[in-house]
Design a binder for this molecule. Structure first.
Ligand code: FEO
Length: 187
């Protein structure tokens, strides 16, 4: 009979990742899962308040975040590391307004950008070139994410309290379509 420790040693693969790097990547995986959960919550609230376009935009964002999480999941596995899943924090269930959701989205993405930059710093400090290259995709992605949020926030500021303007933004956001990363870019 094979005991737990025997299974562990049998399954053990030589990993290219240091303990510290593996832990940091697992933490980032959790942050990406939380991002997905946060945008799903915003999508749900948008649906609840009758803003179908906003609901669509946030649901596409949820899908994107899931791909961000799964890329890290695959990378840890590919490097012979161990994926360790942790509890996902509960997001808010209500928001003040569409502007409030996008301000919170931008603030969250800035937090994620900082987190990615710290991961890159760690990869460089550890001379982990593979992880550094892997993370560059996220560095670029964060520029796009923050840019999108800033654009929508600017539009919402222009619209202000105007209901018709808000419905126009809602119509625009209804057009967003999820494109799986494999079809649009490498990785
Ligand atoms: Fe996965 Fe929105 O950063």
């Amino acid at each position: 009979m094979i005991g737990g420790s025997a299974i562990r040693s049998y399954n053990r693969v030589d990993t290219m990742l240091s303990e510290k790097m593996q832990e940091a990547l697992n933490t980032q995986l959790n942050k990406e899962m939380y991002s997905a959960y946060l945008y799903m919550a915003m999508s749900a609230y948008s649906s609840y308040t009758g803003l179908k376009g906003f609901a669509n935009w946030f649901m596409v964002q949820y899908q994107e975040e899931m791909t961000h999480a799964m890329k890290i999941y695959s990378y840890i596995n590919d490097q012979g590391g161990q994926v360790k899943l942790a509890a996902i924090e509960q997001p808010a269930t209500e928001f003040e307004s569409p502007s409030d959701m996008f301000e919170k989205t931008l603030a969250h993405e800035k937090f994620i950008t900082k987190s990615i930059n710290e991961l890159v710093d760690l990869a460089i400090a550890e001379k982990d070139h593979a992880t550094n290259i892997f993370l560059q995709w996220y560095v670029t992605e964060q520029i796009e994410e923050e840019g999108n949020d800033n654009e929508i926030i600017a539009r919402l500021k222009l619209v202000g309290e105007d209901g018709n303007g808000l419905l126009m933004v809602d119509k625009e956001l209804a057009m967003r379509v999820f494109t799986p990363p494999a079809a649009s870019e490498e990785g």
